[in-house]
Ligand binder design. Structure first.
Ligand code: NAP
Ligand code: ZN
Ligand code: ZN
Length: 348
C-alpha cells in the first residue's frame, strides 16, 4: 500500500481536516502521479454536505487533479515517469457497454467510478479518494496528458469545469451565429464563456452579481445581464439559442426559459440539491427544450485539453493553501469565486 496524506471530511457535518490513508500499489495498468494542484469544484461542497445523496465517509474530495508521474505499471504504454498527468471526475468504468465503447464513459450503463465518494466496483470495490491529497493511483485509461506549456495550476480546473462546459457546447454545436447565455459566473460559468467565445458564439452572462460585469467582459463575454434588474431582463427576453445553466442553487427555470427564443435549448450542467419545477407552458410556447450534460468522456477530455493548450485557454484562479479550504467554500457558497479556487498541494 502507498501511504497517502490528504484532507478529509469525517462526516457531512464536520470540517475537512488532515487524514492519512492508503492507496493501492501501482498495478500493471496503473499510473501513480504526485499531485501538484487540485481545483475546488462546487460538487466537492455538495458531496461533503450530502446535498445529493448519502456520501461515503471519510471523504477526500477533489477531481481537478494535475501532477507529475512518479511510477507506472509494467503494462502501461501511454505514460512514463516525469510526464505531467491529470485526472478528472472518473477513475473507472465497465469499458464494454455501448456508451463506454462510444467514448462516453461518463454515461457508462453500469455506472462509472467517480474519483471520490464512489466504490471502485471495476477494481477492488474499495472507496475512492480524491485529489485533496499528495499522490494518486489511477488506471492509465482514466489519466489525461496535460501540456507543460500552460500554467499547471490554472490548467487543473479544465479537468472538470473545462470539460463540463466544453462537452455540451460541442454536442449542440454552439458557435457562429448562435446567441449563447451563460447562467452563473463561477467556475463552470467562466469556462463556458471562454469556450463560447472561442467557438464563435455571441455570449451573454446572466448573473446575480452586478460586480462581476467587468470580469465577464474581460473573459470575452459580449454582454452582461443582471438577472434581478427587470429592464435588463426584458431586453433579452426570447433572444437566446442556448442557455448554459451552471447554477448550483435552486432557481426558477420558468423565468430563464422565457429568455430562450423559439427552438431554444436550456442545458443544465449545474446540479442544485432540489429538483426544479417546469411548467409545460414554458416549453410549448416556443418549442423549447430542457437538456442536461454530465462532464465528458476521456477522449473528449483529451481533445479539450489539447484545444486549450493550442488556444492558450486556462482557468482564472485563486491559488490557496489547503488550510484555507473552508474560507474558499464559504466564498463559493456566496457566489464569490473569481473564478476557481485551486489548492497548492505543496501546502498539504
Ligand atoms: P460555483 O463556482 O459556485 O458557481 C456557481 C455560480 O452560480 C455562482 O458563482 C453564481 O454566479 C451562480 N449562483 C449561485 N447561486 C445562485 C442562485 N440562487 N441563483 C442564480 N445563480 C446563482 O460552482 P461551479 O463549481 O461552477 O459548479 C456549478 C454547478 O455545477 C454545481 O451545482 C456543481 O455541482 C455542478 N457541476 C456539474 C457537473 C456536471 O457534470 N454536469 C460538473 C461539475 C459541476 P453569479 O454570481 O454570476 O450569479
Ligand atoms: Zn467538478
Ligand atoms: Zn460502460
Amino acid at each position: 500500500m502507498i501511504g497517502t496524506k490528504g484532507y478529509a471530511a469525517q462526516s457531512p457535518t464536520t470540517d475537512l481536516a488532515p487524514w492519512d490513508f492508503d492507496r493501492r500499489e501501482v498495478g500493471a495498468h496503473d499510473v501513480q502521479f504526485d499531485i501538484q494542484y487540485c481545483g475546488v469544484c462546487h460538487s466537492d461542497l455538495h458531496q461533503i454536505r450530502n446535498d445529493w445523496f448519502e456520501g461515503i465517509f471519510p471523504m477526500v474530495p477533489g477531481h481537478e487533479i494535475v501532477g507529475r508521474v512518479v511510477k507506472v505499471g509494467d503494462q502501461v504504454t501511454k505514460f512514463k515517469v516525469g510526464d505531467i498527468a491529470g485526472t478528472g471526475c472518473m477513475v473507472n468504468s465497465c469499458r464494454t457497454c455501448e456508451n463506454c465503447k462510444d467514448g462516453l464513459e461518463q454515461y457508462c450503463l453500469h455506472g462509472n467510478t467517480q474519483t471520490y465518494n464512489s466504490l471502485d466496483s471495476y477494481g477492488d470495490g474499495s472507496p475512492t479518494y480524491g485529489g485533496y491529497s499528495n499522490t494518486i493511483v489511477v488506471n492509465e485509461d482514466f489519466v489525461l496528458h496535460v501540456s507543460d506549456k500552460t500554467d499547471l495550476a490554472a490548467t487543473a480546473p479544465l479537468l472538470c469545469a473545462g470539460i463540463t462546459t466544453y462537452s455540451p457546447l460541442r454536442h449542440w454545436k454552439v458557435g457562429k451565429g448562435h446567441k449563447l447565455a451563460v447562467l452563473g459566473l463561477g467556475g463552470l460559468g467562466h469556462m463556458g464563456v471562454k469556450f463560447g467565445v472561442a467557438f464563435g458564439a455571441e455570449v451573454t452572462v446572466l448573473s446575480t452579481s452586478p460586480k462581476k460585469e467587468e470580469d465577464a467582459k474581460k473573459l470575452g463575454a459580449h454582454h452582461f445581464v443582471v438577472t434581478s434588474d427587470p429592464a435588463q431582463v426584458e431586453a433579452v427576453k426570447g433572444s437566446f439559442d442556448f442557455i448554459l445553466d451552471t447554477v448550483s442553487a435552486p432557481h426558477d427555470f420558468n423565468f430563464y426559459l422565457s429568455l430562450l427564443r423559439t427552438n431554444g435549448t436550456h442545458i443544465c450542467v449545474g446540479v442544485p440539491p432540489e429538483p426544479a419545477e417546469i411548467a409545460a407552458f414554458s416549453l410549448l410556447g416556443g418549442r423549447k427544450s430542457v437538456a442536461g450534460s454530465g462532464i465528458g468522456g476521456i477522449k473528449e477530455t483529451q481533445e479539450m485539453l489539447d484545444f486549450c493548450a493550442e488556444n492558450n485557454i486556462v482557468s482564472d484562479i485563486e491559488l490557496i493553501d489547503i488550510k484555507d479550504i473552508h474560507t474558499a467554500y464559504e466564498r463559493m457558497e456566496k457566489g464569490d469565486v473569481r473564478y476557481r479556487f485551486v489548492i497548492d498541494m505543496a501546502t498539504l
